[in-house]
Structure formats: C-alpha cells, structure tokens
Design a protein around this ligand. Structure first.
Ligand code: ADE
Ligand code: ZN
Length: 334
C-alpha cells in the first residue's frame, strides 16, 4: 500500500446487499442455480440502472441471488478484505433482514453468514466488521417494528445498531418513531437515511423525531443554514457518500458537492461508499477523491477516520483499541 492507501480508514455506511461485485454475483447465481437476466448488466459488465428508483429495483434483484448463509459469508468476507486492502481498520455494514426473508432465509441464518465473514476477514487482516440491522422504508412501519422484534429476541454480539434505508419519499418519518424508540430502548444506537433524495425537511424531521446520533447522507441539510447549525451544535454525525451522490445525480460533480460546506459549518462528517459496485465507489476511492477534489489533507482525512471511530456503534473496548491504533499515526498536514 502506498500514500493515501496506507492512511487508516473507517466506514460507517455501506449496504451489504449493495456490495456484491458483479463477478461474485455471477458465482453465487451459478452456485444457486439462478440464471441472471442479461438486462441486469451494462455492456461493460457493471450493474445496469437508470435512476434512484431503478437502482433500488436493481439492488433488490441482485439480493434475490443471496440464498444461503454462506452467500452472506462470502460477500462480507470479500467486502471486508477489499476494504482492508485499501487501509480500512473498521467497517460497519448495513444488512437488511427483509432481503434475506424475501428468499426464505431466517434472521439468525443471515447473521450467522455475516458473522462468519467478519471472523474470517478479521483472522486474515485484523479488520473489524460490525452489522447495523436496517429496515426498508418503503416496506412500511409495521415491518420496521417486526425487525426490531427480531433484534431483541435474537441478539447477536456483532449487531451494534439499527437503521433505515429505502425510498425516502415513502411514508413520513413520524411513522417510524415506534420502531426507532423500541430499538433505542433496547440499547441499539440508531441512524437513518435522510436528506439524500429528499430535502432538508427530511433531515430536520429525523433529528427532531428519532433517537439518532447519525444521519445517512444528510447532505441536503446544506440547503438550510439553521439546520446545519443544529446538526453541528448537537454533534450529529453525517455519513457522507459523495461518490454515491454523484452517481445518483444529486450533484453534477465534486465541485457542486456540499461536503466542504458541511465541514465549514462545523458538522462532524465521515466518508463512505454506500453501494460500491453500483456506484463505482470504494472506501479508498472516497478518501482519494476527497483529497483530490475537496483539497483535504492527510491530517484532515485522518480526523475523518477519528470521527468515524468516535461515532461508531461499537463497544467501548473496541473503540479504545481503534483510537490507540489511530493515535500512533503520523501524517502530512498538506
Ligand atoms: N439502500 C441501498 N442504498 C441506498 C441509498 N443510497 N439510499 C436509500 N436506500 C438505499
Ligand atoms: Zn445508504
């Protein structure tokens, strides 16, 4: 590893179902006797999708090929190994039991696979992985409550938090207060996607109604200076995914992306890949792009890693050992 690749990184926002590289999906589909429609892929072999709603469909179609706990093991293992190769020391991965249930896999079965991938990658590289169980917003608040029910009934040491992805235009956040309250009362830290495809009001509702310490994306908060002040004052951490935002057309280029304004307003930010093979992202590429396009120094990037470790939903002992790992770093200020 050279230069920036050596800089320690931590990722808090990546969806495991969205992290399956097309090559691995072909292998899993073969193994599971599934014929993948050619329309799933562009001529260059990447996933084909056109806009946010088509992306969510493509993501659902890919996740239908994950049929067994070992499939989840392989995805988690390969993803964490790729992150470790780019210098990541800690990765929190979103996983959606609804996608596992859609192919008949139990909550416990899908976690067993994820945990095996986490253990194998840790043994080989020392990278630490954890899971945030997510509900899918467009499946509605009742399913969200049921998922928290599984988290409470079948606790797993690697499940450290609760979150929500899916279509931000469906339902209102107030509908999900019961699920988030249940998760919070059960001791799970919470994050929610807001201010990605919907505007700053969505972030305002998230921080006012839900017990969240982090917001997935939150970039549209940049359109409301009062909201930015509140986010900064309350120390809420934004899981920013610039490459994903560009791929989905939220902003035409890095020059129009609000990350520098979020930082200037005093918001705590992290860098993340979201759904790497769908968006052409990776944790290493996000750090490199932030250096190139936002002018962030290695010291500033290391502070972003420190923010991610501080905001991670991991247990205190692991956080302490990650902090110690980071404090031994010497980096260039420019
Ligand atoms: N699920 C996977 N990726 C997502 C995204 N970028 N926004 C909302 N839900 C998602
Ligand atoms: Zn996301």
């Amino acid at each position: 590893m050279t230069g920036l690749m050596r800089l320690p990184k931590a990722e808090l926002h990546c969806h495991i179902e969205g992290a399956v590289a097309p090559g691995l999906l072909h292998r899993l589909a073969n193994r599971n006797g599934i014929r993948l429609p050619t329309a799933m892929f562009a001529p260059d072999g990447r996933y084909a999708w056109t806009d946010f709603s088509d992306f969510l469909d493509a993501y659902d179609r890919a996740s239908e090929c994950l049929r067994h706990p070992t499939d989840y093991r392989d995805i988690m293992y390969e993803y964490l190994m790729a992150c470790a190769a780019e210098g990541a020391v800690y990765v929190e991965v979103f996983s959606s039991p609804d996608h596992a249930a859609a192919v008949g896999m139990s909550y416990a079965g899908h976690l067993e696979g994820l945990a095996a991938g986490i253990d194998d990658a840790f043994t080989e590289t020392g990278i630490i992985g954890r899971v945030i169980v997510t509900c899918v917003r467009h499946l509605g608040p009742q399913r969200a409550v049921e998922i928290v029910g599984s988290m409470k009934a079948e606790p797993h040491p690697y499940v450290v938090g609760f979150g929500m992805g899916g279509d931000e235009h469906r339902f209102v956040l107030a509908d999900f207060v019961p699920a988030f309250r249940l998760a919070h009362e059960a001791g799970y830290a919470c994050t929610v996607h807001a201010g990605e495809v919907a505007g700053p009001d969505s972030v305002r509702q998230a921080i006012d109604l839900l017990p969240v310490s982090r917001i997935g994306h939150g970039v549209r908060a940049a359109e409301d200076p009062r909201l930015l002040e509140d986010i900064a004052r309350r120390g809420i951490v934004l899981e920013v995914c610039p490459g994903s935002n560009l791929a989905l057309g939220l902003y035409p280029d890095h020059a129009s992306h609000p990350l520098p304004r979020l930082i200037a307003a005093g918001c705590r930010v992290t860098l993340n890949s979201d759904d790497p093979p769908f968006f052409g992202t990776s944790i290493g590429r996000e750090y490199a792009a932030a250096a190139k396009h936002f002018g962030l120094s290695e010291a500033a990037l290391l502070r972003i890693t420190e923010t991610a470790v501080d905001a991670a939903f991991v247990d205190p002992e692991t956080r302490l050992s990650l902090r110690q790992q980071l404090s031994g770093q010497s980096v260039r200020a420019h």
